[in-house]
Design a protein around this ligand. Structure first.
Ligand code: SAH
Length: 462
């Protein structure tokens, strides 16, 4: 193995000043310009680090002692923060987190997007008033310990399940139901699935909560279909939690760490629970995609709607529409909306949700946005506004090219990954668009994730 030329060496100690945070929330310090990434260190802090690994161009270190603390450092309130890994920023004040997210967006738009920051306004991150207990869905792996079950999380970098009674970013109702279901199952001698031996039965418990309606759903993910003590277990759950409207079983008999299998059956009650975002009602099934922070989803969609500047006369495309959440929001203010999504079940949900809300000017198609939208354009259709909300990998080039050819007056880009947002904005800018505003929205407090909405206008003369 070639020796790595670096100004730092493994197992050596260095006194450093931290300058930055990575996208994963690690502190960055430099020794002779050579970056060292250190967990649990913040910009402006000084400390001693031990280098634990040296790679080509960077190293990893461990914080040994902190000499000077950042004004943004707080004690992480969660007792299992360092074991869990679900949150990465609990040691940063909430204001510090919001500032970090805005700065990260601005840096990436400059570096990857090559945007002129004197022309683009990146607003302060819109955060939550109370950034705790926001998740409406718990997906909890089940394991065993002597004399009972554990329900919690996989310990960082391992597959050991640690028991957890409270997750501070989870709706307390979800934790209550998970704990109760665990106890009920224990009472009836239910065995947890064992990944290594492919033995046992109960793999995961999932709980969903409709924030506005208060309705709840419990999903048992099991290895096989037979369900010992089904009647008694259901009776106990529904007696303790009248807000549970739906109990569902999903069967996953594969040796895999993918949570769900292909077969889903309703055991008791309804197939759906309902929730509302603003004035739009949604039916949510066990397998539907639904945003996990409904309060901030409203903030995000309101911003997307504002940036779309609809007057009631526009034809709008919603690419990557999922279950039609943004489409139905837009439809209330547009002439018509055309939503495109790759997952057929999501489009079934979208159509059902349109009906549920008596929305008749939204139409949905199944397929790849980069195939369906170019075809639709070739057939002579056009849009005044295009909204895109792609997965982390961003928009396909063919879709961006069609947007540039079609020349909608405005593009609204909703993104969960600032890196691919920046890359795609660069392409659209080259194609005649101008990015005017970018609004980061904090959908996932205490994690490093950041969601953004960007508004683009077609430049005059294009
Ligand atoms: N706008 C929705 C969903 C956004 S998530 C909401 O706010 O709820 C991104 C969606 O893109 C997912 O539903 C995913 O299934 C879908 N998707 C992924 N690749 C796609 C493609 N090539 N074409 C269309 N949809 C795609």
């Amino acid at each position: 193995m070639a020796k790595i030329e670096a100004p730092v060496a493994k197992n050596e100690y260095y006194d450093v000043t931290f300058e930055d945070l990575t996208h994963e929330g690690a502190g960055v310090a430099k020794v002779e310009g050579f970056p060292i990434f250190v967990e649990n260190a913040l910009p402006d802090e000084r400390g001693k680090v031990k280098v634990v690994k040296v790679k080509k161009g960077f190293a990893f270190g461990r914080l040994i002692e902190l000499y000077e603390k950042s004004e943004h450092r707080v004690d992480a309130p969660c007792p299992i923060y360092s074991q869990c890994g679900g949150c990465q920023l609990q040691h940063v004040s909430y204001k510090g987190q919001l500032d970090f997210k805005r700065k990260q967006v601005e840096q990436v738009l400059t570096r990857i997007g090559k945007l002129d920051m004197t022309k683009v306004k990146v607003h302060p991150t819109l955060g939550m008033n109370d950034p705790w207990n926001y998740r409406n869905k718990a997906q909890v792996p089940i394991g065993e310990r002597e004399g009972g079950l554990v329900a919690g999380f996989y310990q960082k970098r391992s597959h050991d399940i640690i028991d957890m009674e409270r997750c501070l970013i989870q709706q307390a109702e979800n934790d209550d139901v998970v704990q109760a279901v665990k106890k009920i199952c224990e009472q009836y001698g239910i065995r947890a699935y064992n990944e290594e031996k492919h033995s046992g039965w109960l793999r995961h418990i999932m709980v969903r909560y409709g924030l506005v309606t208060g309705e709840m759903m419990v999903v048992f993910v099991t290895k096989t279909k037979e369900f010992a003590h089904k009647k008694e277990i259901i009776e106990q759950i529904t007696k303790q939690f009248p807000q549970v409207k739906s109990i569902v079983q999903n069967i996953n008999n594969k040796r895999t760490n993918v949570i769900f299998g292909d077969e889903t059956n309703v055991l008791w009650g309804e197939e759906y629970i309902y929730d509302k975002i603003g004035n739009v009602k949604f039916a949510i099934s066990a397998r539907s995609f639904y945003q996990v922070n409904p309060e901030q989803t409203k903030v995000l969609y309101d911003k997307a709607l504002e940036y779309a500047q609809l007057t009631g006369k526009e034809s709008v495309i919603d690419a990557y529409c999922g279950i039609g959440t943004i489409s139905l929001f837009l439809a209330q203010k547009a002439k018509n909306v055309f939503g495109v999504e790759i997952v057929p079940e999501a489009i079934e949900d979208a159509n059902r949700n349109a009906q549920l809300n008596n929305i008749t000017n939204a139409e949905f198609a199944v397929g790849e946005a980069e195939v369906v939208i170019p075809e639709w354009y070739k057939q002579g259709n056009e849009a005044d506004v295009i909204v895109v909300d792609p997965p982390r990998k961003g928009c396909d080039e063919a879709l961006l090219k069609t947007i540039i050819d079609m020349k909608p007056k405005r593009v609204v880009y909703v993104s969960c990954n600032p890196g691919t947002l920046a890359r795609d904005l660069h392409v659209l800018e080259q194609g005649g668009y101008e990015t005017v505003e970018v609004q980061p929205v904090d959908m996932f407090p205490h994690t490093t994730h950041v969601e953004c909405v960007a508004q683009l206008f077609l430049k005059k003369g294009n």
